[in-house]
Design a protein around this ligand. Structure first.
Ligand SMILES: [Zn+2]
Ligand SMILES: [Zn+2]
Ligand SMILES: [Zn+2]
Length: 308
């Protein structure tokens, strides 16, 4: 009997150990969209970029999946929220919850929060979906219709975030918001660091310019394993008649220059995302896309999965 018990306990330990180290059980990030807020085709654009665009392209969003706790999260509630929510659900079929177990918002620009409207009475009429938001974003949602109705009818339940503080969302996942400079008309803007049992991923879809930030992005890249960062415009040539100083972003050309001194291993961590409809990085083998890859950087694409 004692021998049997000993064998049984060995087996239990082996199974538990196997589960903890099974790479299939590791949490992961999935890219659910890569476009700038206005999407593609872009309202009013008659240029080649919007003549025959790939209709499956979606606005920037990441999914976050933890198979062990059977939980899934969405970063950003975009105008493509409905499709992105079902893409996320399909990646975790064992979860009964049709909706994400939490939604993290970076800021109050349409591409990043307007999808919340689908949770309201006219659509899903959801019950208390946790929405993680910074203080100004929280009060923007609470005090302005139609968002305030989502709060008063308890379609969403706002979970307050604070700059630099980790939020534990499952036994093996935590998320930290970090303030970044951006055109903050309605809310502050944050990026997120997502940490799993093995890796850390930095996500900054929108920032004005790297040099305006008190944090040194080059040092931060060294602290994480992956970085999905603002690649809105490849170069200033794209914006045509619009004044680029009114829509400041780090140009991909400028970012590549800034990161040029990093080692090949560090450069590999960096992937550009949040592409304007005009951005040639949306075209797989464009000279710009080839240049980015030749320089050792990556380009985010929909469906891409990154283990944490
Ligand atoms: Zn944006
Ligand atoms: Zn266009
Ligand atoms: Zn923005």
């Amino acid at each position: 009997m004692r021998l049997f018990c000993l064998m049984l306990s060995f087996m239990i330990v082996a199974v538990c150990h196997g589960q903890a180290t099974n790479p299939k059980q590791d949490p992961f990030v999935v890219v659910l969209g890569t476009l700038q807020d206005g999407g593609s085709p872009h309202m009013g654009c008659e240029k080649d970029c919007c003549r025959n665009p790939d209709a499956s392209r979606k606005v920037v969003s990441l999914g976050l999946i933890d198979p062990v706790s059977n939980k899934k999260f969405l970063l950003e509630a975009t105008p493509d929220f409905v499709a992105q929510t079902s893409m996320l659900k399909a990646l975790l079929p064992s979860s009964e919850n049709k909706l994400p177990d939490g939604i993290f918002l970076t800021h109050a620009h349409i591409g990043h929060y307007a999808g919340l409207m689908f949770l309201g009475k006219e659509a899903m009429n959801s019950k208390a979906v946790p929405v993680y938001a910074m203080p100004k974003m929280k009060s923007f949602l609470e005090n302005n219709g139609p968002w305030s109705q989502l709060v008063s009818l308890n379609n969403i339940q706002i979970k307050p975030l604070s700059d630099g503080n980790w939020e534990n969302i499952s036994p093996s996942l935590r998320v930290k918001p970090i303030l970044v400079p951006h055109r903050d008309e309605f809310s502050e803007t944050v990026g997120f660091i997502i940490e799993g049992p093995h890796k850390k991923l930095l996500f900054i879809p929108d920032i004005d310019k790297w040099e305006k930030w008190r944090t040194d992005i080059v040092s931060l890249i060294k602290e994480v394993d992956h970085a999905l960062i603002d690649g809105t415009f490849f170069s200033a040539a794209e914006v045509g008649n619009r004044n680029i100083t009114e829509i400041p972003h780090p140009l991909v050309q400028e970012s590549m220059q800034l990161f040029n001194s990093l080692s090949a291993k560090e450069k590999e961590k960096i992937m550009f995302i949040h592409f304007n409809h005009t951005n040639p990085l949306l075209i797989e083998k464009s000279p710009a896309a080839m240049k980015v890859k030749l320089n050792g950087f990556g380009i985010a694409s929909e469906g891409m999965q990154i283990k944490l």
